[in-house]
Design a protein around this ligand. Structure first.
Ligand code: ZN
Length: 249
């Protein structure tokens, strides 16, 4: 059963260096497998093959290769991010979006072009405008897992209240499809200003950029913070590195 990942405490039981040196690899491996078993939700479950490298207290290193069934459901969301629909799945399998593909409104588009002109080789866009339908579909699987997910995830607003109220009012809607349809109905009743207040991705006033490491990444961050008409930006949400910039119209 899918549960949100939580940080793994992967330490094997504390022991003195004398006993540590006396442990066999089989004992170490047994401990490792116990940690994996106890924290299964923290290990990738949606991949065909994952390689995990573990360093043991004894100094030994283990490489585990985990195989599983191919992912068959909707893409997992990055939780606790203000945009929540960072479409990481797509860039892994296709080219990153061009600015035209992002379908941005004027200020955000100018910001994206500005950033790309400054860093033509490093800036990759991962998300731009999202339709209400897409937004609802992305939220629904999280609500299936946690009926209070909306309330616990978004900043307080009348829009958040309305969406959570729909979930609370329809306890018999338990499938992702039913919930997506309900949320979509609520969001479609909003004015553009209300949609923007909930997520600037809906109105094309926000984009996400693939994080870049090192000194070049720092330069890009500084450039994002200086973009004209920037309304707000963040590089870190809920412990995840997510580069999000949103703009005034
Ligand atoms: Zn975003």
């Amino acid at each position: 059963m899918a549960r949100p990942p939580k940080p793994v405490s992967g330490k094997t039981p504390a022991r003195s260096s004398r006993t540590a040196s006396g442990r066999t690899l089989a004992q170490e491996l047994s401990d490792v497998l116990r940690v994996v078993r106890e924290h299964s939700a923290s290990f990738p479950q949606a991949a065909d093959r994952t390689r995990i490298s573990l360093s043991l207290e004894s100094g030994a290193r283990l490489e585990l290769e985990v195989t599983g069934r191919p992912w068959t459901g909707p893409a997992a969301e990055e939780e606790e991010h203000v945009c929540l629909f960072h479409e990481l799945v797509e860039p892994m399998f296709e080219a990153f979006a061009s600015i035209d593909d992002l379908d941005l409104a004027a200020s955000a588009k100018a910001g994206a072009q500005n950033l790309q002109e400054q860093f033509p080789n490093d800036v990759k866009f991962t998300s731009g405008r999202r339709s209400i339908e897409r937004q609802a579909s992305a939220m629904a699987p999280n609500v299936v897992k946690n009926r209070k997910w909306i309330e616990q995830t978004y900043k307080a607003s009348p829009q958040r209240t309305a969406l959570q109220k729909w979930v609370d009012d329809y306890p018999t809607a338990t499938t992702a499809a039913a919930i997506a349809a309900g949320l979509e109905g609520v969001m479609k009743s909003w004015t553009e200003a209300q949609q923007r207040n909930f997520s600037r991705h809906i109105t094309g006033d926000a984009f996400d950029v693939q994080p870049v490491a090192g000194a070049q990444g720092e330069k890009i961050k500084q450039a994002i913070a200086k973009l004209p008409k920037l309304n707000w930006h963040t590089f870190q949400e809920g412990g995840l590195e997510i580069w999000h910039a949103q703009f005034d119209t």
